[in-house]
Design a protein around this ligand. Structure first.
Ligand code: NAI
Length: 469
């Protein structure tokens, strides 16, 4: 059979955009069309100011766009032309009905599948890139059958995406592994080989893992659950450190030196955020409940509970240090994105910290190099606080780089995101413009605490006791 010449990706988001940019970059012989319902998002992808910040992404898009990488809203036309169709639409947690707060909402996946079955006049390989529940491939096959034409065949593969935001391009260029799940039939194996050949333009065959669709779907949920579990595990130890006088950074180093454990994902912090970890653990919990595995569901629930506990613990520490009142105090918040090197704010720990402090009456100066003002306001007002939106607008200001103005007259400075440039600020000068006593709360353990104390700051950090002279 002929080689893959045309790929369509439904969903031009954090996954669809970077993934297709890298495929287009590495496979000049393949035409790649990224389509979306949102005209605004597509316009942004076609502009000088692409809608997602990821180191290295803009360069690749500019190099391939208009050659073999195209962004459009012509969904039907691009599906029709494609040999392979990626589904990279959002799969948020359900906010209504059965499985509320736990089950993933497959509305967007279903609408993509229905469009494919309605439009496709030739056989297609359909790839689940979105993170979906176990057995979603089966549901997708059934959705596809709804309008299927004679002589048109669909093969559904699971090919979960393991990129991390902030390092998406290097993760895509040098993946640890590629996982492809398919049906255990000749046609299923053929489809796996077709997709595998696309990746083999730049990835060695030896790191392509093939399996059945369920194992592939479950592996993605389990991988994210285990990554988040490491964060909650080290954060639970950080609480012990603060109470006992041990130092979490020394403990992390000692634990991580064990080659069976390894040092990655052992940094204590204010808690994990991002659109995936909590959602995917909830998805796993929902699966366990449906399979009557209550003990397993409870085990994974704890990962989320500890994460909520960590955020609350940190805020309580701030409020207590500020003499139990934040009313009309100005607080500088360093970072609103959920991690460094991204503008993505979804489920950011910073949102929770900001909301608690606003509820306590504080005024906030938020400093973040990549976050957009409307996005920030959306996060602070959804779901609604006790405060009306126009009050929030008066109480919150966003700064992208003017750290001195962000800190002027503030009582406290709170590090929520680990942006590298936060480390190299002139904290002696920052101290001068702040109210006294000047407090720093390091929720990411990125600052030099001894030095800050020598300037006169009162410093508190996750997982250690300071100011104990
Ligand atoms: P996103 O929200 O950034 O992008 C999804 C896009 O799909 C939106 O632009 C939306 O307009 C579009 N869309 C929805 N329904 C559509 C339809 N029927 N036709 C055309 N376009 C449609 O979401 P993101 O972050 O890219 O995530 C997508 C999936 O990938 C999710 O399942 C997520 O769990 C998974 N994932 C996300 C990662 C991340 O770092 N963000 C990493 C790995 C997996």
């Amino acid at each position: 059979s002929k080689n893959i010449q045309n790929i369509c990706c439904i969903g031009a988001g954090y996954v669809g955009g970077p993934t297709c940019a890298v495929i287009a970059y590495k496979c000049p012989d393949i035409q790649v069309n990224v389509v979306d319902l949102s005209q605004e998002r597509i316009n942004a992808w076609n502009s000088d100011n692409i809608p997602i910040y990821e180191p290295g992404l803009s360069e690749i898009v500019m190099e391939r766009r208009g050659k073999n990488l195209h962004f459009s809203t012509k969904i039907d036309e691009c599906i029709e032309k494609a040999d392979i169709i990626f589904i990279s639409v959002n799969t948020p947690t359900k906010t209504y009905g059965v499985g509320l707060g736990r089950a993933p909402d497959l509305t967007y996946v279903e609408s993509a599948a229905r469009t494919i079955s309605k439009v496709a006049k030739t056989s297609k390989i359909i790839v689940e890139k979105s993170t979906v529940p176990v057995k979603a491939a089966e549901s997708i096959i059934n959705m596809l059958k709804s309008n299927q034409k004679p002589d048109v065949e669909f093969q559904v593969l699971s090919n979960p995406e393991f990129l991390a935001e902030g390092t998406a391009i290097s993760d895509l260029l040098n993946p640890d592994r590629i996982l492809i799940g398919g049906e255990d039939t000749d046609k299923g194996q053929w489809a796996i080989e077709q997709l595998s050949k696309v990746y083999q333009h730049w990835v060695d065959r030896s790191i392509i893992i093939t399996t059945n669709t369920w194992s592939s779907e479950l592996s993605k949920l389990a991988a994210n659950a285990m990554l988040a579990q490491r964060i909650s595990s080290i954060n639970s130890i950080s609480a012990i450190c603060e109470s006992s006088g041990a130092d979490i950074q020394h403990v992390s180093k000692a634990i991580g030196a064990d080659s069976r454990i390894g040092s990655k994902f052992l940094q204590a912090s204010v808690g994990f955020g991002g659109s995936c970890f909590q959602k995917d653990i909830n998805n796993l919990i929902y699966l366990c409940e449906n399979l009557n595995l209550k003990e397993v569901a409870d085990y994974w629930s704890q990962v989320i509970l500890i994460n909520d506990y960590q955020k609350k613990r940190f805020v309580n520490k701030i409020i207590k240090s500020l003499f139990n009142t934040c009313t009309n105090k100005k607080i500088a918040i360093f970072g609103f994105a959920f991690k460094k090197n991204t503008g993505d704010t979804r489920e950011s720990a910073s949102i929770h910290i900001c909301k608690y402090l606003l509820d306590e009456g504080a005024n906030l100066n938020i400093l973040d190099p990549k976050v957009d003002y409307d996005q920030m306001m959306f996060e602070l007002s959804n779901p609604q606080l006790n405060l009306p939106i126009d009050v929030i607008k008066n109480k919150v200001q966003l700064f992208s780089d003017d750290v001195i103005e962000a800190c002027r007259n503030s009582h406290a400075l709170v590090v929520c995101t680990e942006w590298d440039n936060f480390k190299s600020y002139d904290y002696e000068k920052i101290y001068e413009v702040m109210q006294k006593p000047a407090h720093i709360f390091d929720g990411r353990l990125i600052l030099d605490h001894e030095r800050l104390m020598s300037y006169g700051f009162h410093v508190e950090a996750i997982g250690k006791r300071l100011n104990h002279d």
